[in-house]
Design a protein around this ligand. Structure first.
Ligand code: ASP
Length: 410
């Protein structure tokens, strides 16, 4: 009997067994110690050809065995990620932060160790170590969390040249903000993948398991290197810069409406179709290693008939910059427009974003006069992401032209 031919694709490209697995039983989970290294299944149970060797050894003659073994060895040689570090599986660090992906029945909380027990397929493609960074719903995430997480991931990459990629688990409500912050502040080309879930482990069809597995597949994909921080949910890979949570309830919520997804984590393989041209990660100019807090930058939504007083109030309360969600092209109400220009003349940077999820704040509709201090165009960034970029920009400069360059670059 001829053994089944094995794919030569790297594990990141390997098929998705979660599509065929029996449903996950949450009652089988137990909280485990922190920081344990989860090794993959013993070699005879790996999906890498070794299992076939065992069967063949009993049933085939020695000559046939040698021929088939050499074929299998050639196949394995075509899987560089699998064979990295002298035959070991690629190493991934999972950093957990909480959110629905960590939620279970009757308020149970799932740790990184629980994830690995629940999705044993992960151990077949990667050597995973887990650590808990925090355990909160993502509406409780603060800029202090962003700084700490970026520093921790930079530290992992600095101290662990053997690590192939980092996977962050996060609540979906502010996932895109943390992911964009990491996109701007993790200074390494290795993949940082952020995943979450829309349905917790108590639901009929939780999406956490497949998102975790796909996140690891992307984190070990050679094609993910140098693509910046990535968000993987619902089998889709999006750039952390471009993606937004667009639907409060449904699984296909994370979309890059302007730019489109970067690729897919399909059952048979991980594919990248394109990459973001905005600067990120290893090419970023933002260094948070010696920063303990970020500048105070509130967000304000403009509205028809506004007198602009809310902008003055924020400036009076010590805002070091303000981000305004203006009308779709970037225009403001008369009250807000006058106030934004006045604040600009006083040296307070005001960044204007668009209330429309598609398009951008173009130069044709910029508030203020060219040549005079005027508000900065937030381009196609959402209000929340423009706030993050302004906070980081203000760690380097207060020059308006420089800030506009930063908004045209990241
Ligand atoms: N409220 C949750 C959070 O963002 C929602 C989720 O994770 O999907 O933490």
């Amino acid at each position: 009997m001829r053994p089944e031919r094995r794919s030569g694709l790297s594990p990141g490209h390997r098929g998705n067994p979660l599509r065929r697995s029996t449903p996950f039983d949450p009652s089988s989970l137990a909280h485990q110690r922190r920081g344990k290294l989860y090794l993959p299944e013993p070699p005879h149970r790996r999906p890498d050809g070794q299992e076939a060797f065992d069967d063949m050894h009993q049933t085939m003659s020695y000559g046939v065995f040698v021929i088939v073994a050499s074929m299998a060895m050639r196949t394995l040689a075509a899987a560089p990620a699998l064979l990295a570090q002298g035959g070991a599986l690629p190493k991934v660090v999972i950093v957990t932060t909480g959110g629905t992906i960590a939620g279970g029945p009757a308020g149970a909380r799932y740790t990184g160790e629980d994830f690995l027990r629940a999705v044993p397929q992960i151990g077949k493609i990667a050597q995973v170590s887990v650590e808990e960074f925090t355990r909160v719903g993502s509406s409780k995430i603060t800029p202090t969390h962003w700084l700490g997480l970026a520093k921790r991931i930079n530290q992992i990459f600095r101290e662990r040249p053997d690590v192939t990629g980092v996977l962050v688990t996060h609540g979906t409500d502010s996932l895109e903000e943390t992911a964009y912050f990491l996109n701007l502040t993790v200074r390494d080309r290795r993949p940082v993948v952020v995943v979450g879930a829309m349905r917790d482990w108590s639901k009929i069809a939780p999406d956490g398991p497949v998102n975790l597995y796909n996140g690891v597949r992307v984190a070990i994909s050679p094609d993910a290197v140098g693509k910046g921080a990535l968000v993987v949910l619902n089998d889709e890979i999006n750039s952390a810069r471009d993606v937004r949570k667009t639907d409060a309830l449904r699984l296909h919520t994370f979309r890059a409406l302007n730019q489109g997804m970067l690729g897919v984590a399909d059952e048979d393989r991980v594919i990248f179709y394109r990459q973001s041209l905005n600067r990120h990660t290893a090419d970023s100019e933002f260094d948070v290693s010696r920063i303990d807090s970020l500048p105070h930058v509130p967000m304000v939504a403009d509205y028809t008939g506004s007198d602009g007083q809310v902008l003055l109030n924020e400036a009076a309360r010590g805002a070091q910059g303000i981000v305004v969600m203006g009308f779709p092209s970037g225009l403001l109400s008369d009250g807000s427009s006058g106030t934004a220009v006045e604040l600009a003349s006083r040296g307070v940077p005001v960044v204007i974003t668009s209330r429309a999820p598609l398009g951008r704040v173009s130069d044709s509709y910029r508030v203020g006069q060219p040549g005079a201090p005027r508000p900065i165009a937030g381009r196609d960034l959402s209000l929340q992401k423009a706030r993050i970029l302004l906070m980081l920009a203000l760690t380097r400069t207060r020059d308006f032209q420089e800030i506009q360059r930063i908004f045209d670059t990241y």
